[in-house]
Design a binder for this molecule. Structure first.
Ligand code: AQP
Length: 346
């Protein structure tokens, strides 16, 4: 043995990558809003983080769904995640209801969520007003299931839009309460604010966010729309009568289009203002439409290829479910023990 071998430095354990977790509901084909506000960023995080992404099918049951449509949309949502750049070799990608631990921890956390704090959730107030004929208990306890989604995997970071910050705060409160009662079980997640986390507004009513379930198809760009429909929808986007392309609070329609154009092309607002100085809205809307169509084209092509290979999709979601189940078992076993549930006999 040489001296060199004696003195060789002990190899340092590589630092643990932080865990990022997020989900998306299979309530329709993703919009440009879902893409810019969420999925596009998710793909970009894969190199630097341990990423867990899931199709939140259990959450979508809080609104009445047509069963056959929901099954179809769940598979499509899963394929869309892959088509938009989530690589199952790099990220854990799965379907929420395939991992029964979500529902189980969801129930335990519901028993540690207070009626008062759930009553304060603005999403519950909004959604129960919107779906007044179906104000079900799931709509009310939705944040407890969301807390379970996050806490099961000991996520460090959760990318959240402005509309979800209250739910993340709720998750932290429930986790803190649980840890206080039973000892340190859950890691407290932090909000991850993406560099490009813009909120994209409806093309027909720029005061409202673009939503997949908006009944007016002209209000939203679906990420599977073809170039002709994308151009048509941008041309009919509601703007103002000033004919001056600039980013201003009192010009929500044009500002929304500028946000979209800026995210997709990487150009700053100043550069966009210069580019369209003295030109009408027609030119600008066409440029936005063309840039978006170009950005979405590969996703549309990938999606068609993936949907033609159901066996591949099944293999990927099966692999994802097995891994997610195994990772989340660690937390759930600990939780079951802490709260006093008898160990499972299998
Ligand atoms: N318009 C938007 N701009 C930016 N981000 C958005 N997100 C949704 N709409 C926009 C983000 O997409 C992620 C997944 O959302 P979700 O499917 O879980 O639920 P959601 O926010 O309710 O999305 P939709 O499209 O509005 O669905 P429906 O119509 O079913 O309610 C989240 O990170 C969200 O912030």
């Amino acid at each position: 043995m040489t001296n060199e071998q004696h003195t060789a430095p002990v190899e340092e354990k590589p630092a643990r990558k932080k865990i990022i977790l997020s989900g998306i509901q299979p309530t329709g084909i993703f919009t440009l809003g879902n893409y810019i506000g969420a999925v596009r960023n998710w793909g970009q995080l894969q190199e630097d983080y341990d990423c867990y992404y899931f199709v939140a099918d259990l959450h979508s049951l809080t609104i009445r769904q047509n069963p056959a449509d929901l099954r179809k949309q769940t598979l499509e949502a899963f394929a869309l995640l892959l088509a938009a750049g989530i690589d199952p070799e790099k990220s854990l990608v799965f379907i929420q209801s395939h991992v029964h631990n979500h529902a189980e921890l969801g129930w335990i956390l519901m028993c540690n969520s207070m009626f008062g704090e759930l009553s304060r959730m603005t999403q519950f107030k909004d959604k129960s007003a919107k779906h007044a004929d179906n104000v079900n208990a799931g709509l009310f306890t939705y944040p407890s299931l969301m807390a379970a989604d996050i806490l099961l995997y000991q996520a460090d970071l959760v990318p959240v839009g402005q509309d979800q910050t209250q739910h993340l705060e709720f998750t932290r409160n429930v986790a803190t309460r649980f840890n206080g009662l039973y000892g340190d079980v859950f890691r407290l997640p932090e909000a991850y604010l993406p560099k490009e986390g813009a909120k994209i507004m409806s093309l027909q009513d720029p005061a409202r966010k673009m939503s997949k379930s908006d009944p007016n198809p002209k209000a939203r760009i679906s990420i599977l729309d073809d170039e002709a429909s994308i151009l048509r929808k941008f041309r009919s986007a509601v703007t103002d009568s000033e004919a001056h392309v600039c980013y201003r609070e009192d010009k929500p329609g044009i500002s929304n289009l500028m946000t979209i154009y800026s995210v997709v092309t990487g150009k700053s607002y100043e550069a966009i203002e210069d580019e369209f100085d003295g030109r009408g809205y027609g030119d600008f809307k066409t440029a936005v439409g063309e840039a978006v169509a170009e950005e979405l084209r590969p996703i549309r092509e990938n999606f068609a290829r993936l949907m033609a290979d159901k066996k591949y999709l099944e293999d990927v979601y099966k692999m994802g479910a097995e891994r997610a189940q195994s990772i989340s078992n660690r937390t759930l076993t600990k939780v079951r023990k802490k709260v006093g549930l008898l160990a499972k006999p299998f």
